[in-house]
Design a protein around this ligand. Structure first.
Ligand SMILES: O=C(CCc1ccccc1)N[C@H](Cc1nc2ccccc2[nH]1)C(=O)O
Length: 162
């Protein structure tokens, strides 16, 4: 029988019957754990960084100011967390009204390097992304857009795509 990650079958001599044991959580149970269908999902996101972000710089701050104005490319992102949230909420509204798509908005507006892929992060399992991002993404139905999500990287809009 196929079991989720970290689970194995063991034999109880006391009751002379098999049981299931999770080598990671040390949980044991008589009936087999369900094969979660949500163990691996795919999502895209739009990230707006702020001055307290873990890496407060992005491809965007280096290129855009230089291209459309005479200002020098600034190294560090200076906007506040509150300003980042306001910017993200404007994108959220435009995506929710159908004026744009997350992919189109992420391509020009996201401060994550995934912007060049329309914000696509590919498939991932639990344990790979920052926890607030993971919890929000795994709570979404396929095709659903998240509310603003805060991680150490900044403020995200997440679209679950698979
Ligand atoms: O870590 C990356 C790369 C993410 C990525 C994954 C898979 C394909 C392409 C990009 N970019 C960071 C910003 C960032 N922080 C995040 C936190 C959670 C999910 C996506 C994130 N993106 C940054 O650019 O500072």
């Amino acid at each position: 029988m196929e079991l989720p990650q970290n689970w194995e079958v063991r034999h109880s001599r006391t009751y002379s019957k098999d049981y299931y044991f999770n080598t990671l959580t040390k949980e044991s149970r008589w009936d087999p754990p369900p094969m979660g269908e949500n163990e691996r999902i795919r999502a895209s996101h739009l990230l707006i960084k702020h001055k307290d972000s873990r890496r407060p710089s992005s491809w965007k701050e280096m290129l855009t100011p230089h291209l459309f104005s005479l200002s020098l490319p600034q190294e560090k992102i200076l906007r506040t967390k509150e300003e980042a949230l306001e910017i993200l909420k404007r994108h959220q509204k435009r995506i929710e009204t159908g004026e744009t798509t997350l992919s189109a908005a992420a391509t020009t507006e996201s401060d994550c390097s995934s912007a060049r892929r329309g914000g696509d992060l590919g498939h991932f399992e639990r344990g790979q992304m920052q926890k607030p991002f993971e919890d929000a993404a795994f709570a979404l139905e396929v095709g659903q857009l998240s509310e603003p999500v805060f991680t150490d990287s900044g403020v995200h809009l997440i679209l679950r795509t698979a």
